[in-house]
Design a protein around this ligand. Structure first.
Ligand code: NDP
Length: 526
């Protein structure tokens, strides 16, 4: 723990003020893995795609290197692309090299766990042949029939693929021998409330809720998980975690990247579906939820769902008092010129898709009545930054009024998620000297302080949890539906209202977002 000058002055360690030190890292490596999962196979549907090569395979490889994979274990890639196992292994080797993870002596062992089987998503015969192949590999390698299907395909194919898997009996799990079948789906979970309900119905035709893992990898980030530990494993924060002490909460997820190669998807989604329906809502619920009675998947998820139930619906008549939407124009990011959103490859030249949103949300609950939660996310902003900032109320009465005036900067607690995984608390102290002068200082805890062991990346954590059957970090359908109930009327209004184009505020790439945000809140990016 260090004490440092608060914002603006940089971080200056002040000798002699260190009063608390973080616990030694000794033995912390034992926290890395929560038991080894049972023998199983992972079947990646959409194995020729981006997610597989950038996230899933690197995560499995790292787990393999850290001893986190079960034994026996194997992974089968499936897609329409007519690859063989050898080609699949070669492609994944290249992907690991691109990610800077490849190590020659580890690769051979990992590669021997990878197989490939082509499938046509609409062809029952090809799923029958997949079932036969899986059963052969299962018998040969001894994975006890445990199967995890990871749908790394466009969301429009989720219903068809889940149905095909179910029809050929691959969804069967939970038998007396204790073996299991689970299905993993990636966001987006529907486009609105009705499509989310429809998708859920289709998934439930063959899979039970306990078999369905709806991933939000944000939740598996260490510092996101740490929010609950911070709030509920310390006695001092919970008494002030409410409307009596907290003025406002700012949740920010800013990106410097533009739409990259995902314009096809983004043109359908926009920032509200891409970020708000999932990541932002999860950060909101972790910040605002009440403590569950026990730290168990369903108790934690019950409390989150309760938060979603308290979100005050926006009145569509004065929607723009609560919401700012923006779209990036050309600008400079990281010293490089970047094009406007409408000039990006695959984007319509007159697209009205928002790449930035900031909304003011109120929670109608005893704890949070009257406290604004500002949720802000956008692409091509000045810096990549994810954090939750809790602004406390100012002191009720300033006894330093005669020398310092009425205003004393309020305390601020920041839960930094990216790039700095840290917790900082800003408060006032006296400046050394004869005069009464205050200055803001910051107590700063860096998440990896005094820890040198290996860490789990978010995808490694979610894959492990899927294999272990722990649904704590995954969306439950009732939570999704509550969030869609809140967001769907907003989306409908944004997408159909007559002044639609004038409500979309332009902002220069590399800036802090549209000017109008300042009116909505007090410059969240400052
Ligand atoms: P891709 O667009 O790379 O597609 C994955 C695979 O699906 C392709 O290799 C292709 O395999 C098959 N496919 C693509 N389009 C079609 C089509 N129109 N009809 C039939 N098959 C098709 O997707 P990603 O890998 O980027 O993403 C997979 C899922 O994960 C998506 O739902 C996405 O929203 C989600 N996701 C992705 C993230 C990422 O970083 N990429 C992050 C978070 C979520 P083939 O042609 O060989 O069958």
């Amino acid at each position: 723990m260090i004490m440092s000058e608060a914002e603006g002055a940089g971080h200056r360690e002040l000798d002699g003020l260190t009063s608390i030190t973080a616990q030694s890292g000794a033995g912390m490596e034992s926290c890395l893995l929560d038991g080894t999962p049972p023998p199983c196979m992972v079947v990646i549907v959409g194995a020729s795609g981006d997610l597989t090569s950038r996230k899933i395979i690197p995560a499995l490889y790292n787990l393999y290197c850290n001893g986190g994979l079960p034994a026996p274990f194997f992974a089968v890639g499936c897609a329409r692309t007519d690859w063989t196992t050898e080609i699949f292994r070669e492609r994944m080797k290249e992907a690991l090299k691109r990610a800077g993870l490849f190590e020659t002596d580890r690769w051979e062992g990992f590669a021997s766990l990878l197989y490939y089987h082509p499938v046509k998503y609409d062809d029952p015969a090809s799923f029958e042949s997949l079932a036969v192949r899986l059963s052969e590999l299962d018998r040969e390698l001894g994975t006890c029939g445990n199967k995890l299907f990871y749908l790394a395909i466009p969301p429009s194919l989720y219903p068809l693929t889940a149905t095909m898997l179910g029809r050929v009996g691959l969804s069967a799990g939970g038998s007396e021998d204790g073996n299991w079948a689970r299905i993993v789906v990636e966001k987006p979970f529907g486009r609105d409330l009705q499509t989310a309900i429809d998708l859920d119905r289709t998934l439930h035709r063959y899979f039970e809720e306990k078999q369905i893992f709806r991933i939000d990898h944000y939740l598996a980030k260490e510092t996101v998980q740490n929010i609950l530990m911070f709030r509920f494993a310390n006695a001092i924060f919970e008494p002030v975690w409410n409307r009596r002490y907290i003025e406002s909460v700012h949740i920010l997820a800013a990106e410097t990247l533009g739409v990259e190669h995902r314009s096809g998807y983004y043109e359908q989604a926009g920032v509200l579906r891409d970020m708000f329906q999932n990541h932002m809502m999860q950060l909101l619920s972790l910040t605002a939820m009440d403590p569950p009675s026990v730290f168990e998947a369903d108790r934690v998820r019950d409390e989150k769902v309760r938060v979603y139930g308290t979100m005050r619906p926006f009145e569509t008549d004065n929607l723009w008092d609560y919401l700012v939407l923006g779209q990036y124009e050309a600008g400079m990011v990281g010293g490089e010129k970047v094009p406007a959103y409408r000039q990006e490859k695959g984007v319509n030249f007159d697209s009205l898709i928002p790449t930035f949103a900031s909304m003011k949300v109120f929670l109608d609950s005893w704890r949070w009545q009257g406290v604004p939660f500002y949720l802000t996310s956008g692409k091509r902003l000045a810096r990549k930054q994810t954090e939750i900032s809790i602004s406390f109320k100012e002191v009720p009465h300033s006894l330093f009024r005669s020398t310092l005036g009425e205003h004393i900067t309020a305390n601020r607690l920041i839960l930094g998620i990216y790039p700095d995984e840290r917790i900082t608390l800003t408060f006032q102290t006296k400046n050394p000297g004869a005069r009464v002068c205050l200055r803001s200082v910051t107590m700063d805890f860096q998440y990896h302080q005094n820890y040198t062991g290996p860490v789990l990346d978010a995808y490694e954590k979610v894959l492990l949890d899927c294999m272990l059957g722990d649904q704590m970090l995954f969306w439950r359908q009732d939570g999704l539906e509550r969030c869609w109930s809140f967001l769907t009327p907003i989306l409908e209004e944004c997408e159909t209202c007559s002044g639609r184009s004038s409500m979309l505020q332009p902002y220069a790439a590399g800036s802090c977002g549209p000017e109008a945000v300042k009116k909505l809140q007090n410059d969240v990016l400052s």
